[in-house]
Each structure stands twice: as C-alpha cells, then as structure tokens.
Design a protein around this ligand. Structure first.
Ligand code: LLP
Length: 401
C-alpha cells in the first residue's frame, strides 16, 4: 500500500501545531526511495538526495538513516549535510556560477564536487592539478523538463560546460594534469521520458574516450511524479532497464565499467509533503467563488511561479458536495493557488491541504508582506514531531540593524 496520511490525521496534526503548516510523511519518503532502489537494482548506481528540494535537518537525518547520499547546491547545503551527519564522501556539491573560494571550501571539506564553468575549472586545474578528482557538469544541448523555467540542459541554458567547449577541458587535462573522475548532466526537472536520459548518456559516451579517468556518470535528478490523477510520472523501472542495456552495451564495446549516480529531489519528497492552511474568507463574486486562505505564494510559490498544479483537499469536510472555487492567498498581488477547482464544499475556518508540497514548498518560501514562515512537522512511525517552529514577529527583526 502506498503510504499516505489520512484526512483525519492531517486535521489532528493541524489542530495540534496550527496553520499554515508543512507536514511530511517519512514513510512515503522511504517508499519512494525503495521504488528507486528497486528500479536501479541491476545497475551499479548510487543515489544522492537533491536536498535543495527540502533541507530541514530532521529530513536530512532521516534520509541518512535510509542510507541515501546527498547532493547539495550551495556550500551552506554542504554544511547542513555535514551537520546532519553525512560523511564527506557521501556528499556531492554540484555548483553553478559560484565564486572559486566556495569550491576551495568544498575541497577542504573533502566532498565530491561538480564544476560547471571553464573559468572555475581552469582555476581548479591550476591550483590542484591531479591531486583532487573532480566532476564536470556538461551542457548536452538537450531540451527537457516540465517547463522552460525548470529546463537546464538546452543550448541557451546557463548550466554546465557547453558540449562545444569540451576541447578546452581536454586542454586543462593535458596542461595541468587535471583529474576528472565524473561527467555530469542534469537536463531538467519533471522529465517523463526515459529516452531523454538515454539521449544524454549517448552524448557522454561520445566524450568518454577523451576522459580516461572517469569512473562514474552522474545523470542528475528530474524524475517526475504525478501531481494529479492520471498525471504521467517517470517510469523508473523502464528507465533502470534501459540504462542497464545502454551501460552493458557500452561496457562490452569499450571494456569500461562505469558507475551511475543520480540526484533525485522531487521523486523522494514531493508526495510525502502536505501544506495545510485555513480558509479565512469566502468571497462569492459574479464570476468566481473565492476561498481566501491564511497563506500565500510566500509559503507555496509553485502555482504562481510555474503554473504548477497542487491537488487541494478540504480536509475539514472531505465528503462535502463538490463546488468550484478559486483558492487564493492573502498576498498584496495576484496570488492564486488553484483556479476554478472542484473542492468539497468549503466553510470559513475549514482546513485545506495542498498535496505534493514536500519538494520546493517550504524551501522556496519567503517573508514577503512581512508574513511569517510556516512551521514544519515530520511524521515518523505514526508520530508527528515539530521540526521547525513557526516564525514569530521577533524573527522578522532578528537580522535588521
Ligand atoms: N541535480 C541538479 C544539479 C539540479 O539542479 C536539480 C534541480 C536536481 C538534481 C533535482 O531535481 P529534481 O529531481 O528535484 O527534479 N523549484 C522547481 C524545481 C527546480 C529544480 C532545480 N534543480 C520546482 O518547484 O519545480
């Protein structure tokens, strides 16, 4: 059975901890991880949780207890990972556009590093020569991902070293004895088709003869989950099988065995998360019935930023008659979570739960309009535990001088 929290459990948790509130179901995280492990059981793979999707320290600790490694996108995420107990060799830092000093810091911490520009790669080559193996992020010029904002591998993307510039990398290897042990691509988020990953690895296979010291290929993250009934998700079993065939064939032809690294974020935490808020105001108008909640895009940005769909459930009246609502926030500009959505009849004071709120939910929240950030709760073995307290007014003033 797929682990999910019942409406009753969610109501109880919201009553205990207040709203707005993020709630994460640890069992669902473990279930998703198991699905991935199972799908990749026949390939020599390693999974790094892309913690940018949800960095609460208790979630990181939980990930670690499951045996997952961790992928970080800033030096602070690296430090959080260390704080959560990850060992250096379990940490991967895939940087982009950063000052070289951050790369030095990551090197000193002893973590795996992917470098994404020729500029930083040259500095790294000059400073460290062959002494510290490093990965490079390649821009394969492939268009992939759910929408342009989360598409990162195409030929106008800022990410990675463009494939057409690889000769310069080869030059650094010969000029400075640079030690490159990994080729990395991450072409986007919400990639449904296994074929996109295969297209990416064919690009990398072509490069490999020039990279004698590469021991692993890093395929990034980007596995899609379903956001609503009938929504497509990445068939990870099919992907695992296709990768096995491609890597076996490559090994037969070249005699080289390569490990495969993955960096999933959404796949592990998206549907483990719920965002619960309370309906403050019902506003019937000629065109639309608005349900105004005690939150806004400052707490869950995805609908306004990406037009993302999140199922909305009235957990106070789950069996009520369906009616059409626009669920809106209280921010001082257009702030719509769901447009003309059929939801069980809402009364003021009802609790609404947004599904798939685990990934890039709390993580992208802000204090816009001087609103306070929500609390976070993690449910493990049926027990709900506060893992981030709700902000208070004093928090707004804390860093102001
Ligand atoms: N690896 C790298 C290098 C990445 O840049 C990302 C995501 C991941 C792994 C994890 O991707 P995932 O498996 O979560 O799709 N805020 C957006 C998603 C942005 C993803 C950025 N990079 C959203 O809410 O949809």
């Amino acid at each position: 059975m797929i682990p999910a929290l019942s409406t009753e459990e969610l109501v109880n948790i919201a009553n205990e901890f207040g709203t707005p509130l993020y709630v994460y179901n640890a069992d669902r995280i473990a279930y998703q991880y198991q699905k991935l492990k199972n799908a990749f059981r026949d390939i020599d793979s390693r999974i790094f949780y892309a913690c940018k999707s949800l960095t609460n320290i208790q979630v990181l600790k939980y990930m670690r207890s499951l045996g997952i490694s961790i992928d970080c996108s800033s030096i602070n995420e690296v430090k959080l990972a260390i704080h959560a107990g990850f060992k250096e060799q379990e940490i991967l830092y895939t940087s982009n556009g950063i000052d070289f000093s951050e790369i030095i810091e990551a090197k000193e911490l002893g973590v795996h590093i992917n470098i994404d520009s020729l500029s930083n790669l040259e500095k790294f080559a000059k400073k460290y020569g062959h002494s510290y193996p490093v990965g490079i992020r390649v821009r394969p010029n492939i268009l992939a991902g759910g929408n342009l904002k989360i598409s990162t591998g195409h030929d106008k993307s800022k990410f990675g070293i463009p494939i057409e510039d690889i000769s310069q990398v080869i030059h650094y290897i010969s000029a400075y004895n640079l030690h490159i042990n990994s080729l990395h691509i991450h072409t986007g988020s919400e990639i449904v088709e296994a074929a996109i990953f295969l297209e990416g690895i064919q690009v990398l296979f072509k490069l490999l003869p020039q990279f004698d010291e590469v021991t692993h290929i890093d395929l990034g993250g980007g596995f899609k989950v379903a956001y609503k009934a009938g929504d497509a998700e990445t068939n990870v079993n099919e992907l695992g099988q296709a990768l096995k065939e491609a890597f076996d064939e490559y090994e037969m032809k070249s005699g080289r065995h390569l490990k495969i690294w993955f960096e999933p974020g959404k796949y592990l935490v998206s549907d483990a998360g719920y965002f619960i808020c309370k309906v403050n105001v019902l506003k019937p108008t000629a065109s639309t019935l608005f349900a105004g909640v005690n939150s806004g895009f400052n707490h869950l940005l995805r609908p306004m930023f990406y037009n993302a769909w999140h199922d909305v459930e009235n957990i106070s009246n789950p069996k009520g008659q369906l009616k059409s609502y626009s669920v809106v926030g209280n921010i001082c500009e257009t702030d719509t979570f769901a447009w003309d959505r059929n939801i069980a009849e809402i009364s003021e004071g009802d609790l609404l739960a947004f599904h798939n709120a685990g990934a890039y939910g709390f993580e992208m929240s802000s204090n816009y309009n001087s609103r306070l950030k929500p609390a976070e709760v993690l449910v493990t073995n049926g027990k709900a535990q506060l893992i981030r307290r709700r902000e208070t007014f004093e928090d707004l003033l804390r860093h102001q001088v």
